[in-house]
Design a protein around this ligand. Sequence first.
Ligand SMILES: *Cc1c(COP(=O)(O)O)cnc(C)c1O
Length: 359
Amino acid sequence: MPSFDLAAFIRPHLLTLTPYSSARDEYTGHEGIFLDANENPLGSVGLAHAYNRYPDPHQTALKQRLAALKGVLPDQIFLGNGSDEPIDLLIRATCQPGQDAILIVPPTYGMYEVSANINLVTVQKAALTADFQLDADAVLAAMTLQTKIVWLCSPNNPSGNLLSSEAIRRVIEGVDNRALVVVDEAYIDFADTPSWTTELGHYPNLVVLQTLSKAWGLAGLRLGMCFASQELVAVLDKIKPPYNIAAPTQQLALEALNHADRKDALVAEMLRQRAALAEQLQPLSIVETVYPSDANFLLIRFVDADAVFQYLIGRQVIVRDRSRVMRCAGCLRISVGTGPENAQLLAVLTEFSKLPIRR
Ligand SMILES: *Cc1c(COP(=O)(O)O)cnc(C)c1O
């Protein structure tokens, strides 16, 4: 494998960019009289806890905790305001607008394409197979000199399955340092497989995304994690908004990370609920296929997805219509709920399946 020259992937003007230097970069001690950031020294309006000081722009404590938990170095972690932020920054760091491209494997998470569109970056596609597996040859064949990022999602949204690790490895090795390969592991905690973070040392062009939004139950905090080489993390740090992670997010995330056992218990309960839901959905006459899931949702092919979707809405059960997405005709994506929520969903679907006339 030729050595990886990250600088060749970074938009040239960013290599020499002088980043914003925040007040907290110029003096990093914790003690003193802070008159350097035009904060309000008197406190915060209307809150018991004071948030009058700017947050740590480097999220030092949080990264240290995450590094220990994930088995990576603190310098291999970039934290974003949700995963949306690293998704956007990775594209902005590497793709020249109007010139470069990313490659996605539909059906997949929508934000890669939206972020590329916002940045005037071409989106190349190499579809997953009919059973939602990764066709490594198709991905490699679709790559061009313009391709800067290959985007994989495993477990995949909306299909729910893990992409085979052999196929992912074939893509990473086949790409052979011609592009970054991002593996989005938003649902990794629900899957019975190791994270690709364990391979960061082998593949300098590998990037792994995770989030606190799913298994950790912290979607409202907005904390996305990006694991990559120290060199790439340094570039993302340079172009991020300086205070991108709010102080309460840093504090609450740190608190949550001290309770990984609680996260494991929530995941175990979700997996029990997922198995029960899949088992009870399959026999319904309106259901064609319940796809196997390694995530906290099920993709389900219905005989008449539009009618089911509308009927559910009428009963205030809201699911995600994926029927107009590539390879997902007739499919709805249903998040696994609590026991009572799943029971209610099943009751409404059973009722619908017994209606005498269905469009
Ligand atoms: C939910 C999800 C995310 C998480 O996004 P956040 O911005 O971190 O909440 C990322 N990738 C995929 C594929 C997802 O489904």
